[in-house]
Design a protein around this ligand. Structure first.
Ligand code: ACO
Length: 431
């Protein structure tokens, strides 16, 4: 980031102020308003941060108009085709693709941190069986700060690294345990002979009563889902993690906050909501009714899996996910699945409908991921936990970046106050 020669001029109450402008390596210029209140006595107003850069970062770049997503400069479609999740984790965490030796060491480290403290099993048993696995995950991940004291000092760079490794390694174990608990099956311990994605499938679907062989094509599809969700710059849950961390909170508390934010249907919860919507639509002939509802201003219904704050073009992750969905369904011999037929028809109609074209509403990554996960045998309640597993590396990479920045400050937005001005207290008998 360099301060360019350019400045922006702002006139407030007849006074003119020159504001510095930063030029990113790629993307739109950014006006530096940090001194604005001190100089001009005014705030800026941007609910939902539609035009506000909350930090500088070198991790992920999105061009929403073009539909481009880069991690450390590498396009997501190349990473999805040629790389795999743990290599992408290394890239996000450390900034460069690893050498063969670095990758081996990283994979070994992650693999050897996958078990959780045995006493944490009791935490799961404290939840109701019908708890949503995201509810369980928020609690259990937050509870990690009570178990891993040697990695909670955020001022120690090595402790930060250990916490990052622990979170990436243990999140699949925690998600799988949340699932097993919800279906009343025994927990399955991680296996070090399996790769990250295969181990996750094994922990979710194996039972002690018989052998479970992970299909390598399904493991590859799982790995791709993890890869495609690994990071997405300053989205709501990542910004939540950064804001929580800005107070110096411990890493596990910050990630638990990120999980809580991700759960909402406008964010990570959309994959569950999308599949439930496809099931509710049920048959192709009912699609027009739902399209009409999505367009009706008086109906709160939205087509889940469509639209994105940043992408005003096809989400590049959705393009890869769509191919993956075709492969997985083909492998499982369910290419005439009614849900898939509804999804494909819905996609076709929405892409040609004026409302969706005008508002640049394209299918997002969640539109297709749910179809794959359902075909693999996951219940809809596990879709968002799987997103949380994938996004953990993005959260910890952004969290590490923030803490390594000597200029980082506590996040403290201002407001446009529209409430009462000062007034005197009225005794209860006089109200
Ligand atoms: N269906 C119908 N209309 C929509 C949809 C949709 N899915 N998404 C946006 N619109 C319309 C809005 O009604 C609005 O119309 P208006 O200008 O006439 O008022 C316009 O498009 C812009 O929408 P906003 O809500 O202002 O856009 P915003 O950037 O705030 O929201 C969001 C983005 C939350 C993703 C939205 O598109 C949405 O709710 N989509 C469905 C949920 C979803 O799929 N979320 C997943 C996001 S991706 C992810 O987290 C991995």
């Amino acid at each position: 980031m360099t301060k360019s020669q350019k400045t922006a001029t702002l006139t407030v109450h007849g006074e003119t102020y020159e504001l510095p402008v930063f030029s990113p390596t790629v993307g739109p210029d950014v006006i530096d308003i940090r001194k604005l209140y001190g100089q001009a006595g005014v705030f800026t107003y941007d609910p939902g941060f539609t035009s506000t850069a909350s930090c500088d970062s070198t991790i992920t770049y999105i061009d929403g108009e073009k539909g481009e997503l880069l991690h450390r400069g590498y396009p997501i479609d190349q990473l999805a085709a040629k790389s795999h999740y743990l290599e992408v984790c290394y890239l996000l965490l450390y900034g460069e693709l690893p050498s063969a030796a670095q990758l081996e060491e990283f994979e070994t480290t992650i693999t050897r941190h996958t078990m959780i403290h045995e006493q944490m099993h009791y935490f799961f048993r404290g939840f109701r069986r019908d708890s949503h696995p995201m509810a369980t995950m928020v609690g259990v991940v937050g509870a990690m700060s009570a178990f891993y004291h040697d990695s909670t000092d955020v001022s120690d760079e090595r402790q930060r690294e250990i916490a990052s490794h622990r979170l990436i390694a243990k999140m699949p174990t925690i998600a799988a345990m949340a699932y097993k608990y919800s279906v009343g099956q025994p927990f399955v311990y991680p296996r070090n002979d399996l790769d990250y994605a295969a181990n996750f499938l094994h922990m979710c679907f194996a039972v002690p009563a018989e052998e479970y062989h992970v299909d390598p094509i399904l493991a590859r599809a799982m790995d791709r889902i993890f890869t495609l969700h690994a990071d997405h710059e300053q989205n709501a849950s990542t910004s939540t993690v950064r804001l929580a961390s800005s107070s110096g909170a411990n890493p596990f508390a910050c990630i638990a906050a990120g999980i809580a934010c991700l759960w909402g249907p406008a964010h990570g919860g959309a994959n569950q909501a999308c599949l439930e919507m496809l099931k509710e639509i049920g048959t192709v002939d009912r699609i027009p009714e739902y399209i009409a509802r999505a367009k009706d201003k008086n109906d709160p219904f939205r087509l889940m899996g469509f639209g994105h704050r940043v992408y005003k073009n096809m989400d590049p992750r959705a393009t890869v996910m769509k191919q993956s969905a075709d492969e997985v369904l083909d492998l499982l011999g369910i290419d005439n699945n009614p849900l898939l037929q509804v999804a494909k028809e819905l996609e076709k109609i929405a892409l040609h409908d004026d409302y969706f074209i005008e508002k640049k509403l394209f299918p997002n990554v969640d539109f297709y991921s749910g179809i794959i996960l359902e075909a693999m045998g996951f219940p809809t309640s596990m879709f968002t936990p799987i997103f949380a597993v994938s996004r953990t590396v993005g959260w910890v990479s952004q969290w590490k970046e923030q803490l390594a920045d000597p200029q980082h400050k506590i996040g403290r937005p201002r407001q446009l106050y529209l409430g009462e001005t000062m007034r005197d207290y009225v005794d209860i008998e006089n109200r």
